[in-house]
Design a protein around this ligand. Structure first.
Ligand code: SF4
Ligand code: SF4
Length: 336
């Protein structure tokens, strides 16, 4: 049974998608029920300035609300109301799990802020949910850099679940790991490696197209790799291609939308490329196999296309019909 998995096996299964959200929910449920005499684990989910995008996606997952009510004491609070939270001292597992979601005011006179630090100190672990909390070093003026101004000052373990929005599998997987094995292994940005160690391309359905130089040239063209449309899959670490969007059959790339790098610290700027600027070996901030090779392959494919156009133009022996691609200058001409 999954509940007897070693830590190593658990992580392996997370990385190959063997542990889906329903499996992870069952697993968490079994582990919580197996601990006799234990009171519910408390999760305190504090919302700062946030659109609610992370919470709404997760809470709309079928059955999640009931599951949480059954196994957790959930305290949700907007940051100004933190003073209303009372913590049970005899909780299982060594204290509550704290989820920070959104930006938090830098106003040190705000009583909510004073208590935020207290909450962090007595937490078993803190989870920074979504990009606002995870990458708050780039928060707008007036908002806390959570790490520099709070988390670096205390010993509470913490980690980040970035993404826009955060997939439910990341939250439930992280809760399982916390319950079974303690805090997860993290990468240089404090993201759990079980979710954020591989770039999107590695598990993308268009990886084969990428390696064969089969690139789509305009939005809406089917099928092929989206690299030329500015896909940030070569430099974005996330597991979207595994369980798709919250366990459905779809995700960004599968509907023809290039990955915009939403789980990376520099999103949406992406080193000045924005959402759809094309990566290449010069402008990509990291040494990526996929960027190095995509640049070469794409240049090759583009060169072949231009060569084909030139040959047809000089031969003048056949009439031509231009596809709609021609307005972009990438068409492969068809003979009539
Ligand atoms: S560049 Fe984008 S579409 Fe192409 S293989 Fe990588 S993730 Fe998939
Ligand atoms: S594919 Fe890219 S943009 Fe889409 S959710 Fe995953 S990391 Fe974010």
């Amino acid at each position: 049974m999954t509940t007897n998995l070693s830590r190593r096996r658990f992580i392996q299964q997370m990385m190959i998608g063997g542990l889906t959200t329903p499996v992870l929910l069952n697993m968490l449920s079994s582990n919580l029920l197996a601990q006799t005499g234990e009171s519910k684990q408390t999760i305190i989910w504090v919302l700062g300035q946030s659109s609610g995008i992370h919470r709404s996606g997760i809470w709309s997952y079928p059955g999640f609300h009931t599951f949480m009510e059954k196994h957790f004491t959930l305290i949700e609070s907007d940051s100004p109301n933190i003073q209303d939270i009372t913590i049970e001292s005899n909780e299982s597992g060594g204290g509550h799990i704290l989820i920070l979601d959104g930006y938090f005011s830098q106003d040190l006179d705000d009583p909510g802020n004073m208590l935020l630090k207290d909450l962090i100190v007595v937490s078993r672990a803190a989870i920074l949910m979504g990009n606002e909390a995870s990458y708050s070093h780039s928060a707008p003026d007036g908002f806390l850099d959570l790490e520099k101004e709070l988390l670096y000052l205390v010993e509470t373990p913490y980690f980040k679940l970035p993404g826009n929005p955060v997939p439910i599998r990341h939250l439930v997987g992280a809760l399982n790991h916390l319950k079974l094995y303690g805090p997860p292994e993290l990468d240089e940005y404090r993201r759990p490696t079980m979710f954020y160690s591989q770039v999107i391309c590695e598990r993308c359905q268009y990886r084969g197209d990428f390696e064969q130089g089969n690139f789509v040239r305009y939005h809406g063209q089917k099928e092929g790799c989206l690299y030329l449309l500015g896909c940030k899959g070569p430099v974005t670490k996330n597991s979207c291609a595994l369980e798709k969007w919250n366990g459905t059959s779809s995700w960004c790339v599968s509907v023809g939308s290039p990955c915009t790098g939403c789980s990376e610290p520099d999103y949406p700027n992406n080193s000045g490329l924005g959402l759809f600027g094309q990566l290449n070996a010069d402008n990509a901030p990291i040494n990526s196999f996929f960027v190095r090779n995509a640049s070469t392959i794409a240049q090759g494919a583009f060169g072949v296309t231009l060569a084909g156009v030139a040959i047809h133009a000089f031969s003048g022996r056949r009439s031509r019909s231009l596809s709609k691609d021609s307005v972009f200058g990438f068409e492969e001409e068809t003979d009539e």
